[in-house]
Write a protein that binds this ligand. Structure first.
Ligand code: SAM
Length: 285
């Protein structure tokens, strides 16, 4: 991955953001809609789905029943892939999603139920992870693109380690700060706390002396519409990238943000920026 650092201009951008009024937050509906647009503009999701079926599912071979807790499952579009890969040869799969956005949680349950796998038992908790009581030890607790949002990262990981059985797995798929999420981090705080990125997750797990393995999937995000028409057809992707309503951004801040996107674009594919995802797996002692 090529990373062009533009730290001087990022420092100026940070200063401008500090002086400007905070951007309006995304409503639950706007969040879900812009998330779909963002994923559609990237090939990261297809890489992640392949990885879940190819690499993660085999790590749970031999568990029958296999018990999964997915945290921040959204509409379940990645969970269907993992659930399908696990529900083979009549194996019993207990798959619980934890999701605070009610409409997404309902969609998650419907998607898993529609797989029609007789031995797949989907369940959903509508609420935050901090309030979730698993009721049984899980073989896998996963966080796919959801740890950014928890208020207390350390407490969330502790909770996951308690929910998972000894020898079970904790998996977190979280974007690193560079080169894209520096723009997200700049417009913080979100509801009073900064988002957590892959580096924070890894540091928390290392602190606990766990056996941790990390690999990075590098996708590409197509930001050509953002660069050409940030207030029109590129607005949804731009909103999701920074986690706020970008229409309210000052023209100066918008220009600097777009300059950063230009700077990190792949030279051979203008308007396509690296879209990395760090996947960290820890074995629970
Ligand atoms: C970027 S979406 C990812 C959704 C899904 N995992 C996927 O990859 O399609 C992040 C999800 O985390 C959820 N979320 C936010 N805060 C949460 C919390 N404290 N506990 C559990 N989920 C949370 C959001 O509602 C949202 O659906």
């Amino acid at each position: 991955m090529t990373i062009v650092r533009s730290s001087g201009s990022l420092d100026q951008l940070r200063e401008e953001v500090r002086r400007a009024p905070p951007l309006p937050a995304l409503s639950g509906e706007r969040y879900a809609a812009t998330h779909a647009a963002y994923e559609a503009a990237s090939d990261q999701r297809s890489r992640l789905k392949e990885w879940l079926a190819r690499e993660l599912a085999p790590l749970l071979d031999g568990c029958d029943p296999v018990r999964v807790v997915g945290v921040g499952v959204g509409n379940g579009s990645v969970d269907t892939v993992l659930a399908t890969a696990l529900a083979v040869d009549g194996r019993s799969v207990h798959y619980t999603g934890v999701e605070p956005h009610a409409a997404s949680a309902v969609e998650f349950a419907e998607r898993l139920a529609s797989l029609g796998a007789a031995a797949l038992v989907p369940a959903v908790t509508i609420g935050k992870f901090a309030d979730h009581d698993a009721g049984y030890p899980a073989d896998l607790v996963h966080f796919v693109h959801s740890l950014y949002y928890v208020e207390d990262l350390s407490a969330a990981l502790e909770h996951a380690l308690k929910i998972a059985r000894p020898g079970g797995l904790l998996m977190a798929a979280t974007a690193p700060l560079e080169p894209l999420c520096v723009l997200t981090e700049l417009v913080c705080p979100w509801g009073g706390h900064r988002p957590w990125f892959a580096e924070d997750v890894r540091a928390e797990l290392d602190l606990r002396g766990l056996d941790v393995h990390t690999e990075t999937l590098v996708g590409q995000l197509d930001v050509r519409d953002v660069l050409a028409d940030p207030l029109g057809r590129g607005e949804a992707v731009f909103d999701f990238l920074v986690g706020a309503r970008t229409a309210a951004m000052t023209p100066g801040i918008r220009e600097r943000m777009l300059n950063h996107l230009h700077a990190i674009s792949a030279p051979e594919r203008p308007g396509r920026v690296p879209h990395p995802l760090d996947i960290t797996i820890a074995r629970v002692p």
